[in-house]
Ligand binder design. Structure first.
Ligand code: SF4
Length: 94
């Protein structure tokens, strides 16, 4: 998937940034940046834009590409959650 962003019509409301859960949409130095490799709910992010400044031309990523920074962050977050669950289970079983 490639994101098509029309900066000329973007009103910088930052709704897309707020909706982004995994850092796929960021606001830096007054500009919006997209990382389409992040596992965001992209359809929801596109839909939330009040001026339709973001769209996609949907093409799938090839299978077997290496993990991106974003994907690594997601994996780390999942591992952290799993560790917390394990710790909590241990506390309750003591
Ligand atoms: S939601 Fe749309 S208008 Fe708002 S900052 Fe994002 S791209 Fe711009």
């Amino acid at each position: 998937m490639k994101i098509i962003y029309d900066e000329k019509i973007c009103v910088k409301c930052l709704a897309c940034v707020t909706e982004s859960e995994f850092g796929g949409v960021t606001f830096e130095r007054g500009r919006i940046f997209f990382d389409e490799t992040c596992p965001e709910d992209w359809e929801n992010i596109f839909a939330i834009c009040p001026v339709a400044a973001i769209k996609s031309n949907v093409t799938l990523h090839p299978v077997g590409t290496s993990a991106t920074d974003c994907q690594s962050k997601v994996v780390a977050a999942i591992k952290k959650s799993a560790t917390e669950v394990t710790d909590n289970v241990s506390k309750f079983s003591d």
